[in-house]
Design a protein. Structure first.
Length: 444
């Protein structure tokens, strides 16, 4: 911003946004948007229109209350595909009735969104009280489409994000046991966050690792057994494992019709539809298949490519990690952003709503801009944002070629190179210290 007029306008805008009045306006906008997003599913319900997954959550909760089977085949697939503890959580919510369940879930979504924004800002700013309003505004603005999808579809991605970011803050504050519990809770709702255990082991967070394992045992077996009996709890877990932990040429888990279509933006989904002759459309009704593969490779060859790319990403991630004595809150923020990106790309099923998790990478990016750093992260982020934006004018065409996946990949490469550059340059880094947790006051 060398132009004085532009610099003055930016400074004036920044001053207004970060003034007490500007912050109040920002809070008001959040409340209005959250209410608007929450109202739509309720209006759909009372208007007799489709309420997406909210109906499935209600039906599943009622089945649990009636002591019925949770996992059973309908039209060749499971209706409910989440771990057994998630069904127990929904059982209590279903007691409120269908409208009450929707109201409860959208309220939880709004609280999780607010918590995610706060925690992401805290991690990115490297302090317990991140005050700059841009850290709250920009990340949500850049992923607002994915946030809306969570409300519209009734998905738990914002809740999972809040739990993971809370775990990261707790790890940074050296409260490993609590961090492991939060990750276990996230994995009990939707399984893929359990991948974070590899990171915990590599970073030698032994207490967090043990807490995660113990928490999962409790949530997967002990808690369900107290409601459904040990035999039934074990049966539920076995049925879920048999149905969900499967991958073949026809599809992943219980999503054979959508595993390799444009809706799946994971490494598995994108690689299969670009390198195999599979239908890239997600329509369940009879339709004209769409093929976008550049070559037609064997399933085994495609899997070899997937494993190779996943290993390359893992090696790059590990290579970029600074040693314990070189870590700071800033490097940890980048490291956690890399972990988030890695999980989004590697999980076999990564539908659009999951990419609300980009709140943390974009918070780190925003902090870099605010700090006036012409870092590599910023330059790699520009094409990533451009690729993401392609989904606005070309929603299906862009996603069919994996625009969301490749945007996440560019962000991952940029963040990794920045961390590697700092590491090789020997940038002075004090050992990371325990940082106060943002939801506690300074005097606590």
């Amino acid at each position: 911003m060398k132009d004085p007029a532009v610099r003055w306008e930016w400074t004036a805008l920044d001053r207004r946004l970060n003034s007490p009045a500007g912050l109040r306006v920002l809070i008001f906008i959040f409340v209005v948007v959250a209410i608007a997003f929450s109202t739509v599913p309720l209006l759909h319900y009372f208007g007799g229109r489709s309420i997406m997954d909210y109906k499935l959550w209600y039906d599943t909760g009622k089945q649990v209350l009636a002591g019925q089977e949770i996992f059973f085949l309908r039209f060749g697939k499971y209706d409910f595909m989440y771990p057994p503890p998630c069904a127990l959580f929904l059982a209590s919510a279903s007691l409120l009735g269908q409208a009450g369940l929707i109201l409860l879930l959208v309220t939880i979504n709004s609280a999780a969104w607010l918590a995610s924004v706060r925690l992401a800002a805290t991690l990115a700013a490297g302090q317990s009280h991140a005050k700059n309003a841009w850290l709250y505004l920009m990340p949500s603005l850049l992923v607002i489409v994915y946030i809306w999808s969570s409300y519209h579809l009734g998905q738990s991605s914002l809740v999972l994000l809040a739990l993971m970011l809370g775990a990261f803050v707790l790890l940074r504050a050296r409260q490993e046991i609590s961090a492991g519990v939060l990750i276990a809770l996230a994995a009990a709702i939707k399984a893929f966050p359990v991948m974070a255990i590899i990171y915990l082991i590599y970073r030698r967070h032994w207490k967090a690792t043990a807490s995660l394992v113990v928490g999962l045992v409790f949530l997967l077996l002990v808690l369900p057994a107290s409601f459904r009996g040990l035999g039934r709890a074990w049966h539920d877990l076995e049925q879920w494992s048999v149905g969900m932990l499967k991958y073949d040429s026809a599809g992943v888990a219980q999503r054979p019709m959508r595993s390799y279509t444009w809706k799946n933006q994971s490494l598995v989904g994108v690689t299969n539809r670009l390198f195999r002759h599979v239908d890239a459309d997600a329509a369940s009704a009879p339709h004209t298949p769409i093929y976008v593969n550049v070559v037609d490779l064997k399933f085994a060859t495609v899997n070899a490519i997937i494993i190779s790319v996943a290993l390359a990403l893992g090696i790059l991630f590990i290579s970029a990690m600074p040693q314990r004595a070189m870590r700071t809150a800033e490097s940890d923020a980048i490291e956690f952003a890399l972990l988030i990106l890695m999980m989004l790309m590697i999980t076999p099923l990564s539908f659009g709503y999951l990419f609300s998790w980009l709140i943390l990478p974009f918070a780190v990016l925003t902090q870099g801009v605010l700090a006036g750093k012409g870092s590599i992260i910023i330059w790699w982020s520009l094409p990533a944002l451009a690729i993401l934006a392609l989904a606005l004018p070309f929603p299906r065409a862009a996603q069919i070629y994996g625009n969301t996946f490749f945007a996440a990949l560019l962000l991952f490469i940029g963040f990794s190179i920045e961390l590697l550059r700092c590491k090789r340059a020997g940038r002075p880094m004090a050992a990371v210290r325990a940082v106060p947790i943002p939801w506690r006051s300074a005097g606590s």
